[in-house]
Design a binder for this molecule. Structure first.
Ligand code: FUB
Length: 441
């Protein structure tokens, strides 16, 4: 799913690169390290093309064992799955996930009415797995009628869980009952935060609680933080630790993985558009007194920790030579004697791969091998007639350089009757092959 050269999992590359996730637009990353030893990012999904934040939908989860090689775990929830949600869908905003007693709880803000601004609720979906099989359980009642967005749930060392949420300048916090979907005790406005806007995130280090959030800096939010010796405050304001990322919104999380702390955030470096954002990772360091050093935003990202994951065991490659082309798309032979599909950008042009093997069915990673001289090429992707458009195809520098990989995890049917159809979404893109790796889970 990551940058072009990151397709080879085994062996890996030196650093994660920013933005980290390039094939789809992702934002508002909430990162957690779970019991399987991997780090997971629960992110918003900015659907392309965007209409403000209205069309955001179809949450994907990403996991890594080494911070550099990331796996798109696929989609875990969409607005169509939310029976109590607004009939028009969309508005699946910044989520979080918590784990307690063998269950993963996925928290997401979503309006219950067409009048979205006055009907925010915080929904909860659950699963026994960290990144699949989530089922919606309804929303948390009694939270209190303001901008109830951006939930963050922190489970303390004593297993008590606290939820923080809010936007429009008001941050609230409340303890959750053991069921993790009802509240216990008083809902408190968080005291001591300076210039709170939205994007609350809580964590604990060396017995000290931290609450991070975005501020109201005009047009380019920063991230600030406060600390407390109590999970629900009162808080002592500590300062700004993430300067503007170039995007009008700022939203992020802080997590420790294998002894190092990291900042997960988003920018708009790929799209140049504030509603088509991309998740990034950089190091986060503390001073001896527990204050946070300003995060240095880089293009390189972070280095690998631990061994790279083993390569995917089952991987089938489908060459362009075997696909059906039509509508003006052309099957050409390169100077290396390879068949590739060109002219995909012509109106109505397509290439279609049939008889794709989905093995047992369920999740499968699809990697599209392409070349484009466009700065930001786009592809329309249809899998068994389900539309996953648009997906990004970052420049490979030349229409003859087939080092591009657009990667996304989608569901496939069992057996070998799956169909993948591609059309050019924006500018000239040529396709050499696709590789399919069923998860078989
Ligand atoms: O992603 C939609 C909204 O933008 C989030 O809920 C806010 O925190 C901001 O990132």
């Amino acid at each position: 799913m990551m940058n072009n050269e990151n397709i080879s999992a085994a062996g890996g590359k030196a650093t994660s690169q920013n933005p980290l996730i390039t094939t789809i637009f992702t934002a508002d990353p909430s990162a957690h390290v779970w019991e399987d030893g991997k780090v997971y990012i629960y992110a918003s999904h900015d659907m392309d093309p965007a209409r403000g934040c209205d069309l955001m939908d179809r949450y994907h989860v990403f996991s890594s064992a080494d911070m550099v090689n990331w796996v798109d775990e696929g989609e875990i929830l969409r607005s169509d799955d939310v029976t109590w949600g607004r009939p028009e869908g969309g508005f699946m905003w910044a989520p979080d996930c918590a784990y307690k007693n063998g269950t993963y709880y996925f928290y997401y803000p979503h309006p219950s009415d067409s009048n979205w601004n006055d009907s925010w609720e915080i929904g909860v979906a659950t699963s026994k797995k960290p990144a699949s099989d989530f089922t919606d359980q309804g929303y948390i009642t009694g939270l209190g009628g303001f901008a109830m967005i951006d939930p963050c749930v922190f489970v303390d060392e004593d297993e008590r869980a606290y939820m923080y949420y809010g936007g429009g300048g008001k941050c609230a916090g409340v303890e959750l009952n053991d069921d993790m979907i009802s509240t216990k005790g008083e809902i408190k406005e968080m005291e001591g935060l300076e210039d709170f806007h939205e994007a609350a995130w809580a964590f604990k280090r060396n017995g000290l609680y931290y609450l991070t959030y975005s501020d109201n800096l005009d047009g380019l939010n920063r991230m600030r933080y406060a600390t407390s010796d109590q999970p629900l405050g009162p808080w002592t304001y500590r300062g700004v630790f993430l300067e503007p990322t170039g995007c009008s919104t700022s939203h992020g999380s802080v997590a420790e993985f294998k002894g190092q702390w990291y900042m997960f955030y988003h920018n708009q470096d790929i799209s140049g558009e504030g509603n088509l954002r991309s998740v990034c990772i950089d190091y986060l360091n503390f001073n001896e007194d527990g204050t946070i050093q300003t995060v240095i935003q880089t293009k390189e990202g972070v280095q690998a920790v631990g061994a790279p994951p083993a390569a995917s065991p089952v991987e089938s490659r489908y060459s362009a030579a075997a696909c059906e082309v039509g509508g003006g798309a052309v099957l050409e032979i390169t100077s290396h004697g390879e068949k590739v599909v060109t002219q995909l950008h012509s109106k109505g042009a397509y290439c279609q791969f049939d008889q794709i093997n989905g093995e047992n069915g369920g999740r499968a990673a699809i990697h599209i091998c392409y070349a484009t001289a466009e700065r930001l090429g786009k592809l329309n992707l249809l899998v068994n007639d389900s539309d996953y458009s648009l997906i990004n195809a970052l420049s490979t520098g030349s229409s003859l350089n087939f080092t591009g990989r657009a990667s996304i995890t989608v569901p496939l049917n069992p057996g070998n009757n799956n169909r993948i159809r591609l059309t050019g979404g924006n500018g000239e893109i040529s396709i050499k092959s696709i590789t399919v790796s069923p998860f078989n889970d």
